[in-house]
Structures are given as C-alpha cells and as structure tokens.
Design a protein around this ligand. Structure first.
Ligand SMILES: NC(=O)C1=CN([C@@H]2O[C@H](COP(=O)(O)OP(=O)(O)OC[C@H]3O[C@@H](n4cnc5c(N)ncnc54)[C@H](O)[C@@H]3O)[C@@H](O)[C@H]2O)C=CC1
Ligand SMILES: O=C(CO)COP(=O)(O)O
Length: 336
C-alpha cells in the first residue's frame, strides 16, 4: 500500500495529510510536539491550527521521524521556511540510516533570508542524492481552512520529473481537490513565495479603508513584479499566469483566511509588526520574503516599487499612506 509521510503539523501540513488520508492512503503526520501528536491521535483534532475541524480517523500522528518516513513512497515537507534546513538535515540522516529513498515534495512558500534560496534549493543542499528519487513542490491557491471544508480547490504539483509529479497528483486528487502537474518547479516555488508580499500589501489597503479598485491595481501591478523577479531568477513567464502565480495571488490577496493578508490588514489598522506577529500564532512567510526579494532586486537592479514600499513599511517603519502616495505619484509611464 502506498505510504505518505507528512512532516510538519501546522495548518497546511495537517490539511494536506487529512486530504491524503481521506483518499485511503496510509498517512503518517510527523510533529515535533508530543502534545499535538496526542491530540491528533486521540481527539482527531488540531485545534490551534485548524479550529472546528475533525480530522480523518485513520490519520496517524507521531513524534518519531523513523515511524513517519520508514518505507514511505512520498515524503511531504510542510514546515515554515526557517525550519526547512533543520528538518531536511534530520530527514537526510534518517533516510541514510534506513537506507531508504522517496519522492520528496514540499508545500512551503518562502525564500531563505540572506541567501534568497528557494525551498528545493535548500532541500538539495541538505540531502544526499541517494535519499530522494525526485524533488517537487505543491503550490497554488489553497488555504488550509478551505481545503479541510472540501471547498473546491485546484493546485499545481511541480517537478521537472513528470512521473513524480503524477504520483503526487494521484494521492492528492479528489472530486473537490484537483492537482495539475507543472514542470516549472522554479516558477511554481517563486509564485507561491512572492505573492505573499503582495498579499500583505493588499491587506494593508483594506485595513486603511481602500476599495476593490485599489486591490485590483495592486494585485495586477504586483503580478508584474512577481513575473519580473521570477524571470530574472530563471522561472518561465507563463507560470505566473497559472495557479502558482495569478491563482495564488488572487486567493492570498483577497481572502481573510490568509495569514499574510490578515497581517497587512492589522498593519493598515495601525498595529505594529511585533504586535501582529505575536497575535497571529502562525507563520507570516511574506515578512521574511519581502526582505529577501528587496535585497535580490537591489543586487540585480530590478524595478519592484510595490515590494520596495512594503519593505519600507515592514523594516523601516515607513508610514503606509506616505508610501502609497509616493507610488501613485511616480512619473507616469506605459503599462508594459
Ligand atoms: N496555511 C495554509 O493555508 C497554507 C500554508 N502554506 C505554506 O505552508 C508552510 C507552513 O505553513 P502553515 O502550515 O500555515 O504554518 P503553521 O504556522 O500553521 O505551522 C507550522 C508548523 O510547523 C512546525 N514547525 C516549525 N518549525 C519546525 C521545525 N524546525 N521542525 C518541525 N516542525 C516545525 C510548527 O510546530 C507548526 O506545527 C508555509 O510556508 C506556508 O506559506 C501553503 C499553502 C497554504
Ligand atoms: O499560500 C497560501 C494559500 O494558497 C496561504 O497563504 P497564507 O500563508 O497567507 O495564509
């Protein structure tokens, strides 16, 4: 029987594990917190991350990485960006000890602070080639809160290895959850990471009382920045018109289920970044990704005025209204 290990029991890891267990696959969810494992195994809930959700009875949680990954066909890594290297090192060591290899897929949306590296780059750096058969990424518009309610969702499963992407597609798919394969791993990862910056900006606009014209302008011009940075990093331009690009930009930039949007909204309402982080209790990936992209764009002289404005607000305590006015009164120019 196909076995899937999911590493990381936050909202997205739990929702994906629940999705796969509901399809009847043997699914083991690894958490580094014993009390969370006990809650999932006994009450079939994960109240902090997915309040109001009853998880599938057959979803098994464990603190033992060996139990999770031993004989797993697919290993899904879903911890925040800053935990990726630590988890990849542990996974590498365990797979070497077990003399086992698997398809390794991640669903994390961020860039590493400082190095500006993508998640798959970090995985490849931390893991020996004999521990994985392929590397892939799940991206696209998919809030955990909606997926656990079986709201209709489509995602991309990206890997240069089409067969591996199809294997992942097969374990996730259901009448309410439709994964598409995509061979642009780089673009899919970047779309998922970079849209979080614009989602913070969209939340700020709504928090300040601006309307849908303003959000549409921000998301559209934000997409230009995503594509510009993505193409400079080596992505295919058309990926930004797909689920991992415009799709995820719409969902994250318009939905109060988004942690990034909610963070921006609270900033727009006048809260400070430390207050917002403390209240969220979940990862707000766009904050670190804004810094990573700001630095990358400076290094390669890329024009990304919206991202720069959001950076100024997050890292230089700039006034949001002043940044918006500066953006709106830049020299007039052609759209393309
Ligand atoms: N929540 C969502 O709807 C979606 C989230 N994502 C992405 O998935 C990633 C994870 O996000 P969430 O699940 O929302 O985060 P979260 O904040 O809900 O949960 C993160 C989980 O990872 C665990 N963790 C953190 N560092 C760890 C480490 N070093 N070792 C082991 N476990 C560790 C935490 O204990 C927690 O259980 C992020 O990159 C996010 O952008 C992508 C799509 C949807
Ligand atoms: O990427 C996501 C939905 O596709 C989740 O975004 P948030 O981390 O902002 O909730």
């Amino acid at each position: 029987m196909t076995k899937i290990a999911v590493l990381g029991a936050g909202s997205w890891g739990s929702a994906l594990a629940n999705r796969i267990a509901s399809n009847g696959f043997s699914t083991v969810l690894w958490s580094h917190r014993a009390e969370q494992v006990e809650e999932i195994n006994q009450a079939h809930t994960n109240v902090h991350y997915l309040p109001g959700t009853q998880l599938h009875q057959d979803l098994l949680a464990t603190v033992d990485l060996k139990v999770a990954v031993d004989n797993a066909d697919i290993i899904l890594v879903v911890v925040p960006t800053k935990g990726i290297r630590e988890v990849a090192q542990k996974l590498n060591k365990m797979l070497l000890d077990l003399q086992h290899s698997a398809i390794v897929v991640h669903a994390t949306k961020g860039l590493e602070a400082g190095s500006h590296k993508r998640i798959s780059e970090m995985l490849l750096e931390e893991m020996e080639a004999k521990t994985y058969t392929a590397i892939a990424a799940i991206s696209g518009p998919s809030h955990a809160e909606d997926v656990v309610k079986d709201d209709l969702t489509a995602v991309s499963v990206a890997s240069p290895d089409l067969k591996a992407a199809q294997a992942i597609q097969a374990v996730l798919a259901s009448p309410t959850f439709r994964p598409y394969t995509n061979q642009d791993l780089l673009g899919s990862e970047l779309g998922g990471a970079l849209k979080n910056i614009i989602a913070i900006g969209s939340g700020m606009l709504v928090g300040l009382g601006y309307g849908v014209n303003a959000q549409a302008a921000l998301l559209t011009r934000g997409l230009v920045e995503l594509r510009r940075v993505g193409v400079a990093m080596g992505a295919q331009a058309e990926t930004f018109l797909g689920l991992a690009g415009i799709g995820d930009l719409i969902v994250t930039g318009m939905s109060a289920n988004s942690r990034n949007y909610r963070a921006g909204f609270a900033l727009g309402q006048g809260q400070s970044l430390p207050e917002v982080k403390a209240q969220m209790g979940m990862v707000i990936e766009g904050v670190n990704t804004t810094k990573a992209v700001f630095e990358y764009a400076q290094q390669f002289d890329l024009e990304i005025p919206i991202t720069q404005a959001i950076y100024q607000v997050l890292y230089q305590q700039a006034d949001i209204r002043a940044e918006i006015e500066a953006l709106m009164t830049r020299p007039l120019k052609s759209e393309n």
